[in-house]
Ligand binder design. Structure first.
Ligand code: AKB
Length: 315
């Protein structure tokens, strides 16, 4: 049985991952941590520690205190916010990873999960069904940090045998937690505004296709790759992961099946320039072959789940 530390547990993925891992391993086996107190429910449902992901001594102390075996490092500055604070983003995204990899190198922990992103790709990458291995020239600071992180993960595996596992998440959509400063956030905002205002102004333009995924699929993938046999995880940089691919107008049509008067218009901002450098869709056959990944939830089903659950929230 693992003893798990989740760093960045109050964020969009961390919140749902904490709940899923506590359901699986019991609440006392999963220590949630974040730089500040956040989600009340999550903090009360099991052990919680205040932890700055850039503080290596503090991470080590908590690892020792709770005899942690597995670390899920979910703290990161996402693409849109990172463009406003490039050096701070580099510091958080890179140094937190190196701290955790060093603990694994020194055998203080056994296994590491670290999220990468479709942001590792750039304008020179093939856009459709982007292969696992291809040209990667990211132009955002977030993408550069994720690409460098992938190289570090593979390096620590090859050089020190560190059991690090990683996924290139697409844009993630959930009704339970809001995303924090990404380029794909419109795909969450749109459902909230559809219910509260009956209309939404998208900061990404018509025709902007991006790889996306419903959160349940992302959590399932995360737990699956961590459950897989060590030998099955053949790629130690990060795996492409595909859920669905859509543009804002596809969401409009999907939402109109429930809210016929819903209106969408467009006012693209700086996030359009970021989205334009990312793939339309990715090829995840390596994840399928190596550890049995397959996604389950498509756009219309996701729309139904999102609107049904958010409706009760806005009542
Ligand atoms: C972002 O938009 O920055 C993130 C991501 C795709 O990694 N959601």
């Amino acid at each position: 049985m693992p003893n798990i530390l989740i760093i960045g547990a109050c964020g969009q993925i961390g919140t749902e991952l904490t709940v899923a891992l506590r359901d699986r391993y019991g609440k006392d086996a999963v220590i949630a941590s974040d730089i500040r107190e956040g989600n009340e429910e999550l903090m009360q449902a099991g052990p919680f520690e205040i932890l700055d992901a850039t503080d290596s001594a503090a991470i080590e102390k908590i690892v020792e205190k709770h005899q942690i075996t597995d670390v899920y490092l979910m703290a990161a500055m996402l693409s849109a916010v990172a463009e406003k604070h490039p050096l701070k983003a580099w510091d958080l995204n890179m140094n937190s990873l190196l701290h955790v990899l060093n603990l694994a190198r020194d055998k203080k922990i056994e296994k590491v999960f670290w999220p990468s992103s479709i942001a590792v790709f750039g304008p020179t990458t093939p856009k459709d069904h982007t292969p696992q291995r291809t040209i990667m020239e990211p132009t955002t600071v977030y993408g550069i940090s994720k690409q460098a992180g992938e190289r570090w993960c593979e390096y620590y595996f090859n050089k020190y045998g560190v059991d690090v596992r990683s996924i290139r998440y697409p844009g993630l959509i959930s009704y339970k937690t809001l995303p924090g400063g990404g380029t794909t956030d419109y795909a969450v905002d749109i459902y909230h505004k559809a219910l509260t205002d009956g209309q939404y102004t998208s900061f990404l333009d018509q025709g902007t296709y991006l790889p996306m995924m419903y959160m349940d699929d992302a959590i399932h993938a995360t737990i699956s790759i961590m459950d897989a046999d060590r030998e099955a995880v053949k790629i130690r940089s990060s795996y492409n992961l595909s859920g669905m691919s859509f543009a804002p107008e596809d969401m409009e049509v999907s939402i109109q099946k429930h809210i016929p008067d819903f209106k969408l218009d467009y006012n693209p901002d700086f996030r359009q320039d970021i989205a334009d450098t990312w793939p339309n869709s990715v090829d995840d056959s390596a994840a399928q072959e190596d550890w049995g990944w397959s996604s389950k939830i498509a756009l219309d089903e996701m729309t139904e789940i999102m609107l049904t659950n958010l409706k009760s929230y806005y009542k």
